[in-house]
Ligand binder design. Structure first.
Ligand SMILES: [Zn+2]
Length: 299
């Protein structure tokens, strides 16, 4: 990546096998070596990885890869031989959007990524906020509905269970069972168990009132949660990314309304815009690369 403008110069995709910690490292190293062999101006490597990345680059726990207490940064760096930074993927994405995307020009930005779950990243005073150990920004697991739906983290009623793509899917399955004549139900040939968040979004885009009501409900939960985070962090912009953002205003509009109702003293604070992310999946890679350059090369 060109660090001045955030432009991606080349890209490669490789599988990281979910059950094999070693093979996942080897896949990353192979891609890095391949790119380095073709260019002579690669000065550092930035890696965005999903999981609890400690400040020293140890992956303490990765929910989707077999890394447990794994010295990820050290292992990659010793294999590629250039300065390497490993950052949590959502934190890296927040940094990418802050530097080159929807958060450009802001000083304090909150990124909320809404996909199957909810992830996040915080930029405070122009710097990536990592916390004492590197684990900051895990905003999806605040319990907002005690006794609510069971979460992958083991708790019940986490924010990501009621305000994400998973919530759209769950409410959609219930609604499709209740309303067999709905567009929602037609889209799955009358089989409610097949309804996903994507199906609900599609039905809402086709003006199905039941799907629109679900989007509105989930959007409100999203906006309420963002209001709580804005009360804590006081950002000047909230960037909303992730797959669910394909739904656009169907989700963002109710989120904005609920946000303004729930945030403390809305009439006494500047408007905090909720804007869609613009970099998509590139944000994490670009952010990790820029962080690696900034923290390992430019200093
Ligand atoms: Zn949770």
């Amino acid at each position: 990546m060109d660090v001045e403008v955030g432009e991606i110069l080349d890209r490669r995709l490789a599988e990281t096998p979910a059950t094999d910690a070693e093979a996942s490292v080897q896949a990353i190293v192979a891609v890095a070596r391949e790119l380095m062999a073709e260019r002579d101006d690669v000065v550092a490597l930035g890696v965005g990885a999903a999981g609890m990345v400690q400040l020293d680059g140890v992956m303490r726990f990765a929910p989707n890869v077999a890394w447990r207490e794994f010295p990820l940064r050290e292992r990659i760096q010793s294999a590629v031989g250039i300065p390497t930074l490993v950052e949590n993927d959502a934190n890296a994405a927040a940094w990418g959007e802050f530097r080159f995307g929807a958060g450009r020009g802001s000083s304090d930005m909150l990124l909320v990524t809404v996909g199957t779950g909810i992830g996040g990243g915080i930029v405070s005073g122009g710097r990536l906020f990592r916390g004492a150990y590197g684990f900051a920004g895990e905003i999806g697991h605040i319990i907002v509905e005690p006794g609510g739906p069971l979460c992958g983290c083991g708790n019940q009623g986490c924010w990501e269970q009621v305000a994400s793509g998973r919530a759209l899917g769950r409410l959609g399955r219930e609604a499709a069972a209740e309303h067999p004549q709905s567009v929602l139900s037609e889209l799955v040939d009358g089989d409610p168990s097949r309804v996903t968040g994507f199906i609900v979004t599609t039905a809402a885009q086709r003006s199905d009132p039941i799907a629109i009501e679900i989007m509105s409900k989930v959007g409100r939960r999203l906006g309420e949660g963002i209001a709580g985070l804005v009360n804590i962090l006081d950002p000047d912009v909230v960037v909303v990314g992730g797959g669910v953002i394909d739904a656009g205003e169907l989700l963002l509009e109710p989120a904005r309304r609920a946000f303004v109702e729930a945030v403390e003293g809305p009439e006494h604070r500047p408007n905090v815009p909720l804007v869609p992310a613009v970099m998509g999946n590139d944000a994490g890679a670009v952010g990790a690369a820029e962080l690696a350059w900034r923290e390992l090369v430019a200093t």
